[in-house]
Design a protein around this ligand. Structure first.
Ligand code: SAM
Length: 213
């Protein structure tokens, strides 16, 4: 299997065609080997236009959704980014190509451990992975220039708002359990100003400040 060919096809036919235009973002997608982040038996599908299972009933998101969320963060290479929902580690790798430092939290320790092994094997030295409840944020590492939440909830957990820097940006799927709006928020004078980007469907954010119960 020529993964480099599949990867180029993925970028051109799924990302560029749908309007992802930031050259740095596209460069990261050309580079990061998505097939290393999916279970081996699914590696032939790693560059397909849909999410894939990664264990624990969780998914690696569709490439386009990862790209859109990344582009919305407008990264210049210097930022400290917090990701909630490490999953496979693929989004963290993309962020690490584009920002200064990435801190990522996953509630399933088996997924967090596997992601850390993958990211270490690929040589990433600017990613910290932690198992735990990401709705609490990562107090010791904050504040953050950017926060990305890759699981859905009805609102933005208050610790994440507190740990976001002034003028910082946060992106998260906000809404009901089977239908959300991808929402970008910017912190201005301590409050979030939000903009809806598009409809989306993510697995639920399960934690102290995030569940649908
Ligand atoms: N970003 C991931 C990737 O690149 O593979 C995909 C993330 S998947 C769509 C959402 C992840 O959020 C799942 O792995 C899930 O276990 C995790 N999650 C849900 N609630 C969480 C929480 N409170 N804290 C940390 N992770 C959480």
């Amino acid at each position: 299997m020529d993964y480099a060919v599949l990867r180029k096809r993925m970028v051109d036919s799924q990302l560029v065609c749908r309007g992802i235009a930031d050259a740095r973002v596209l460069g990261a997608f050309y580079k990061v080997e998505r097939h290393k982040f999916v279970p081996e038996e699914l590696s032939a599908n790693a560059y397909a236009d849909y999410p894939l299972p990664i264990g624990e009933n969780q998914t690696i998101s569709q490439p386009y959704m990862v790209a859109l969320m990344t582009e919305c963060l407008s990264l210049n290479g210097q930022e400290k980014v917090l990701e909630i929902g490490t999953g496979s580690g693929y989004q963290a790798a993309i962020l690490a190509e584009l920002a200064g430092e990435v801190c990522t939290i996953e509630r399933f320790s088996a997924l967090a451990q596997r992601a850390k092994v993958t990211l270490d094997e690929l040589g990433y030295v600017n990613i910290k992975v932690k198992a735990g409840d990401g709705t609490l944020g990562w107090q010791e590492e904050g504040p953050f220039d950017r926060i990305i939440v890759t699981a859905a909830s009805r609102g933005i957990p208050s610790p994440l708002i507190e740990q976001l820097k002034e003028d910082g940006k946060l992106i998260a799927p906000i809404g009901e359990s089977f239908s959300q709006i991808l929402t970008v928020a910017q912190k201005k004078k301590g409050k979030l100003e939000t903009t809806g980007i598009c409809g989306c469907v993510f697995v639920p954010l399960v934690g102290k400040y995030g569940c649908y119960a």
